[in-house]
Design a protein around this ligand. Sequence first.
Ligand SMILES: C[S@@+](CC[C@H](N)C(=O)[O-])C[C@H]1O[C@@H](n2cnc3c(N)ncnc32)[C@H](O)[C@@H]1O
Length: 160
Amino acid sequence: MSRLDLFINRMVSQRACLDHAAAMTRSMNGPVFELGLGNGRTYSHMVEKMPGRDIFVFERAVASHPSSTPPDDMLILGDVNETLIQALARFGATASLIHADLGGHNLEKNDAFARAVSPLIEPLLAQGGLMVSSDRMYFETLGEQPLPSDAVPGRCFIYG
Ligand SMILES: C[S@@+](CC[C@H](N)C(=O)[O-])C[C@H]1O[C@@H](n2cnc3c(N)ncnc32)[C@H](O)[C@@H]1O
């Protein structure tokens, strides 16, 4: 499979999983967390698909498209290894949806990072909430959930 195919599969799956998780958690009141702003493409999609829901963005260095940059009061700046711990003190287990797209091109590094941040993410999710990730996560209590039919297995994961 070409790198273009892999990229397209990842994007299609990311959108499908986000849309699915947004619909499944629509009735929940808790905040939504976007971990990794990047260019802001998934953030912009989440804003469009989840009107009225508070979307907090975790990012160490903002470099997003101006049209997809969150307002200052919804931005949690810094390394997620620190800001996720602070978020637990601030929000508790209230997040209705958490989306993580923190990885780069090195799959081994991404996997090691996913293992490291999994225990920091897990306690933030509210009962009934969903966590969507581009990488496999390593949770103790959350289990892998079925993917929507338009997602490609292995390119996106949903936990709850
Ligand atoms: C793949 S990009 C996200 C792309 C985004 N989903 C989009 O659609 O444009 C990953 C982002 O995660 C951020 N990131 C990676 N490691 C981080 C860390 N330890 N703390 C905070 N942000 C981090 C990077 O700065 C980068 O902006």
